[in-house]
Design a protein around this ligand. Structure first.
Ligand SMILES: Nc1nc2c(c(=O)[nH]1)N[C@H]1C(S)=C(S)[C@@H](COP(=O)(O)OP(=O)(O)OC[C@H]3O[C@@H](n4cnc5c(=O)[nH]c(N)nc54)[C@H](O)[C@@H]3O)O[C@H]1N2
Ligand SMILES: Nc1nc2c(c(=O)[nH]1)N[C@H]1C(S)=C(S)[C@@H](COP(=O)(O)OP(=O)(O)OC[C@H]3O[C@@H](n4cnc5c(=O)[nH]c(N)nc54)[C@H](O)[C@@H]3O)O[C@H]1N2
Ligand code: SF4
Ligand SMILES: [Mo]
Length: 704
């Protein structure tokens, strides 16, 4: 019996009740078993069986501390100090909060129009209720997630090329795996994917990691390619060039399932995207590029995947498109050991608004008005311009749910200024976050152990997962469906949110699933059949029904229909000689874990890593506090000097979640350093994603 199995058996023997649920410490929502006794969580582990066989990461194991954190928000809080001054809040009742929101929404609609209300969430923890209220009843077209602060480039690439929103990685049977700026052994994705990656490596698959930093994933690789930051597009295009030039591509697959191959091969030649051309740009030898292209072509099944690394530049979308085309040319699509185009579970809507009650938005959605009609999500880097300058149209009211954009988006000062210019901002969070500090009203959400939710599981087969409340919400905190119901009633839309308990709406949502709610509650998960090569039935969900090497949508919207290489916009120079890139830490999750006692005991601050060559050049030593200065600002942080980062590159480890300044956080306050203030708000002109890796800095010893 495993240690986790033994502990859960002991927990049950001692009288704890097992409740299946899922973890929301990071966006990957792994299915969980939660053990509860006397209204307290005593143990949490991964759900046994499919898909992750009980796996749990450290953040998931420490998750119960989020619920129990004494710093949690307990009541609705209204700001009483003027904007731009020290934030002061007073407790108000839910009734007052609901009334205030309804009044402000009515006022803003009357004065400026409903589209001036914008709502943002990160990773949709039941935001769907708010979406229905704001878009279908109130009438704003502007309800968005925070993909621009995340994987906007990758998402645009996968949507454009395959018509699929979020491929899974079916590593288990892969023989050849190439990971470009994706670091699953630290920046964990679904734990089942990591387990399958380990299994594939155990069975002898070759792993190649392309990353300026020698990551923990690179430690397990056969080959590490320390590429120059922001140049992946050039290397990927040169690999495509070799595969086509040497006739190594999968001709039957390409002929039957792709559109635009001939245009692409002509384009590669015409532009001269050869390995020799790419060597000068990427610092990767031409011979290596050619060899990797050959290896990839003959070792099947293969996966070539990317995430934020190449994406978080102003040339990110085309870099990701070019990387994805390596799967296409080699015919590695949606089979065992490939990129998996998962089917969705038949999970229904929570609330259905009748046609006659539906609002009709009068203005185009903000991303379209901003000039990014194909962007998969709002380019939040351009949001300050809408708020401060009214360009392309004014934004007056922000709803922020489960995101801390003051810390997570670039250009911290500009984001703060944006908040000062708003008429009203409501933040719904578990804590008095830095974004909450800038808001007019702050509402306490119930945590994922205190609320219910049904969502798509991130597994290769269609899967629905259930989060069910295991303990009571702290203080007066309320789950999202109760919050939205309260606001809706004050707005006169109460009839559409008539459910009394979460089970009422859950019954509606599970109607399409082949299990009853009762059964679903017992298991916490429903997994359908995994199918491979689904495109053989109906083609791909793209305009041409084929994989689009040449994109019709891009052409129609004035973008280059073929992927091209452009240099990114912020390049180191004599004054600022280092490219400051960003990379996540395994023990922390975005901007949630910095107040977690266990995780902070393991990793209590963040730092920046540089190569010994640069340390000597700039006179700093391992462990020093250093000043990083960019044209945009400066910050003091600890430096670690390691061989495993390319000279000329400084790698900030988890630089958005640390250096927290909310005085309401007794553990996380002031630990480590926040570095998003060193970036300008440049965004990729193709997809509108944030370019976090585009910071140039100089480094020197801090006098502290
Ligand atoms: N432990 C942990 N896990 C997480 C998260 C977390 O905060 N903590 N966050 C979750 C979220 S929201 C996301 S989006 C994912 C992100 O998952 P990843 O994208 O895998 O994580 P990152 O660390 O942001 O970036 C990956 C790598 O990109 C590299 N990189 C930077 N510039 C370049 C470049 O020009 N080229 C190449 N090839 N590589 C480059 C960095 O060195 C880094 O190793 O992780 C998720 N999982
Ligand atoms: N420099 C730099 N900046 C980055 C990144 C980077 O790697 N480097 N990563 C980027 C990426 S990939 C992402 S996804 C974003 C993430 O940044 P954000 O999109 O801002 O989202 P999170 O950090 O996940 O969540 C932030 C807030 O949600 C709250 N929260 C957590 N759980 C809940 C809940 O259940 N309910 C509610 N209401 N609130 C909750 C937390 O307390 C916190 O205040 O940051 C981006 N910013
Ligand atoms: S990977 Fe994410 S969702 Fe899964 S256990 Fe870890 S923190 Fe939780
Ligand atoms: Mo993300």
């Amino acid at each position: 019996m495993s240690a986790a199995g033994l502990t859960s058996s002991i927990a049950e023997i001692k009288g704890a009740k097992k409740v299946p649920s899922f973890c929301y410490m990071c966006p990957w929502t792994c299915p969980s078993e939660v053990y509860v006794k006397d209204g307290k969580i005593v143990y949490v582990k991964g759900l046994d069986g499919l898909p992750n066989f009980g796996s749990r990461c450290a953040k998931g194991a420490a998750s119960f501390q989020v619920v129990e954190d004494p710093d949690r928000l307990k009541y609705p809080m209204k700001r009483i100090s003027p904007k731009g001054t020290e934030p002061k809040f007073e407790r108000i009742s839910w009734d007052e909060a609901f009334t205030l929101i309804a009044e402000k929404l009515a006022e803003v609609k009357e004065k400026y129009g409903p589209e001036t209300v914008v709502s943002l969430y990160h990773h949709d923890p039941n935001s769907v209720f708010l979406q229905i209220l704001l878009t279908q009843l109130y009438g704003t077209p502007n309800f968005y997630g925070h993909t621009a602060g995340c994987e906007q480039a990758r998402r645009m690439a996968t949507l454009t090329v395959f018509g699929h929103v979020f491929p899974m990685l079916d590593f288990e049977d892969s023989r050849y795996i190439m990971l470009w700026g994706i670091n699953p052994f630290e920046a964990i994705e679904a734990l089942w994917e990591n387990r399958a990656l380990c299994n594939a490596l155990g069975k002898g698959a070759k792993l190649v990691v392309v990353d300026p930093k020698f990551t923990q994933t690179a430690e397990h690789a056969d080959e590490w390619i320390p590429i120059k930051p922001g140049t992946d597009g050039a290397m990927a295009l040169a690999m495509c060039y070799t595969i086509i030039e040497e006739n190594l591509y999968d001709k039957p697959f390409v002929d039957e399932w792709t559109s635009g191959f001939d245009e692409f091969s002509g384009h590669l030649k015409e532009k001269g995207y050869s390995p020799e051309w790419a060597e000068k740009i990427t610092d990767v030898p031409a011979d290596t590029i050619r060899r990797l292209a050959r290896e990839l072509s003959i070792n099947k099944p293969a996966i070539v995947e990317t995430f934020k690394g190449p994406g978080n530049y102003t040339n990110g979308a085309d870099a990701c498109r070019s990387i994805y085309l390596l799967n296409v040319l080699t015919g590695n699509i949606d089979g065992p050991g490939n990129h998996n185009h998962k089917d969705r579970a038949p999970v229904g809507p929570t609330v259905i608004i009748p046609e006659e009650a539906m609002a009709k938005p009068g203005k185009p959605p903000l991303h379209v008005a901003m000039g990014y009609p194909l962007a998969p999500d709002l380019p939040t880097g351009a949001l300050p311009k809408a708020v401060i300058q009214g360009d392309p149209y004014p934004v007056k009211f922000l709803f922020l749910h489960s995101l801390n954009i003051v810390m997570s988006d670039p250009n911290t000062e500009l984001i703060k200024e944006m908040f000062r210019k708003l008429d009203f901002a409501v933040t719904i969070d578990l804590f008095m976050s830095e974004t909450a500090l800038e808001s007019d009203l702050v509402l306490p959400d119930a945590s994922f152990y205190e609320r219910a939710e049904i969502r798509q599981g991130l597994y290769k087969a269609p899967q629905a997962i259930l989060c069910q409340p295991v303990v009571d919400p702290v203080g007066e905190s309320k789950p999202m469906y109760e919050i939205v119901k309260g606001i809706a009633r004050k707005m006169g839309y109460g009839e559409f949110f008539a459910y009394e308990t979460w089970e009422d709406w859950a019954e509606v949502v599970v109607q399409g699933l082949p299990v009853s709610l009762e059964e679903f509650r017992k298991k916490g998960i429903w997994t359908g059949e995994n199918r491979y090569y689904k495109f053989k039935e109906n083609g791909f969900p793209t305009p041409s029904k084929k994989i689009e090497i040449w994109s019709k949508n891009f052409e129609e919207n004035g973008l280059n229909p073929l992927p091209e290489f452009r240099e990114h916009s912020v390049i180191p120079d004599d004054d600022y000689p280092l490219q400051l890139i960003t990379s996540k830490l395994s023990m922390h999750s975005n901007i949630l874990t910095q107040n977690n006692p266990y995780l902070m005991e393991i990793v209590g601050e963040n730092w920046v890593e540089i190569n010994p060559v640069d340390a000597r050049k700039y006179g700093v030593e391992d462990g020093d506090m250093v000043v990083l200065e960019s044209p945009h600002g400066s910050a003091v942080i600890r430096v670690r000097v390691i061989e495993g980062v390319k000279p000329g590159v400084a790698c900030a480890r988890h630089d958005h979640g640390f250096g927290r300044w909310s005085p309401y956080l007794s553990v996380g306050y002031g630990k480590g350093t926040h570095l998003n203030s060193l970036i300008d708000s440049q965004i990729d002109p193709v997809c509108g994603g944030n370019a976090y890796n585009e910071r140039k800095v100089q480094i020197g010893r801090a006098h502290v």
